[in-house]
Design a protein around this ligand. Structure first.
Ligand SMILES: [Mg+2]
Length: 359
């Protein structure tokens, strides 16, 4: 029988990881990925690993400092992510977990699952009762220029992607139409095309723009209005034909339940780092199943490949690789699909790269 690992240390480091393509959005550009790499050290010699995506470099020191404050409470604990999630939920009950606290706790949860998987010599997906199988992925772009980015888009199709997402809403409607029609022309009628407004519009403007884009057969319209405006999402949804997608900014499954209750979306895309890690993803997956809502992932390609196979209404894995430059083996796309790797979450830091990109 495999021993359960006991935590002996919690280390974290900040890096600025380069991105293959900078991500331009309607509300700002991400030139690179500011990450905090977590290492949960254990008595069995295995190290649980995961990363926090800080979005901006100004968050990194605070996340590292917060995680180091948690080390004492973890040392000597046997790895049991559900128990640890309950412990920290209680510990931060008065403060609340939204924001950096929730991000750090969610990623710590992923690192704990990774440690369990490594100790057992199994991929996390097997611990969850599933098996590693190819999950359909979509290639996730920022704002594109159909002329300049044509070759990239064609390469996505060559890699087998059958779905592409672009970000719009960074300018006027004429610009949105030029982008969507230009990309549709390149990818053809049979590849799914999603658009993401990144929360940039008002309800009437979103409705107007979505209607003007109706001939391009959009597979979903993502975050048309501010993420916390569940009622606004519901109003856009009631007035629009394409499915409305949201969820990357839901904090823990409770937010998801409220959004669905408000009728905010047709599809859901919880983010492992904001929904509460793997432990809470499983609960979010149950909420989605009960409401017959398709679930896609947001970022975190490595860990998402482990949770989507056990998600009853799994839809798409978002392929946007933010940590590949600090991994020994970045995730690969085969024929438009991504498959979970092990042991654990299947990630090993490339220490040379980590040293090079240390923040
Ligand atoms: Mg988005």
């Amino acid at each position: 029988m495999t021993d359960i690992p006991t935590v002996t240390g919690l280390k974290s480091r900040a890096v600025i990881a380069p991105l293959q393509r900078p991500v331009r959005t309607a509300v700002g550009t991400l030139p690179n990925a500011p990450l905090v790499l977590i290492d949960v050290e254990t008595d069995l010699g295995v190290t649980g690993q995961a990363y926090v995506f800080g979005y901006t470099p100004v968050t990194l020191k605070a996340i590292v400092a917060f995680l180091s404050e948690l080390e004492e409470s973890l040392i000597g604990q046997s790895v049991a992510p559900v128990e640890q999630a309950r412990f920290y939920e209680n510990r931060f009950r008065l403060l609340g977990r939204q924001g950096l606290v929730g991000m750090a706790l969610s990623c710590l949860d992923m690192a704990l699952w990774d440690a369990l998987g490594k100790a057992a010599g199994l991929p996390v997906v097997n611990l969850l009762g599933g098996r590693a199988r190819p999950i359909q992925a979509y290639d996730s772009y920022g704002v594109v220029d159909p002329k300049e980015d044509r070759e990239d888009l064609e390469r996505s199709l060559e890699r087998g992607f059958r779905a592409i997402k672009i970000k719009i809403g960074d300018g006027d409607l004429v610009r949105d139409i030029a982008m969507v029609s230009g990309v549709r022309e390149i990818i053809g009628p049979d590849v799914e095309l999603m658009v993401d407004f990144n929360q940039s519009r008002s309800v009437p403007d979103a409705v107007h723009r979505i209607e003007a884009l109706s001939e391009y057969n959009l597979a979903w319209v993502e975050e048309p209005v501010p993420a916390e405006d569940f009622v606004g999402h519901a109003e856009v949804r009631a007035a629009s034909t394409p499915p409305i997608q949201t969820g990357e900014n839901w904090w823990f499954p409770q937010d998801m339940a409220k959004a669905i209750d408000a009728g905010a979306c047709d599809c859901a895309m919880p983010d492992l780092m904001k929904i509460g890690g793997i432990t809470a993803w499983l609960r979010a997956a149950g909420i989605a199943e009960a409401n017959a809502i398709p679930v896609s992932s947001h970022l975190f390609v490595e860990a998402s490949a482990h949770v989507l196979p056990v998600t009853p209404t799994a839809h798409y894995l978002e392929f946007l690789d933010i940590a590949g430059s600090v991994l020994q083996e970045p995730m690969e796309v085969k024929d438009g699909h991504v498959t979970a790797r092990g042991p654990g979450l299947g990630m090993t830091w490339d220490e040379d790269a980590v040293a090079r990109f240390t923040a």
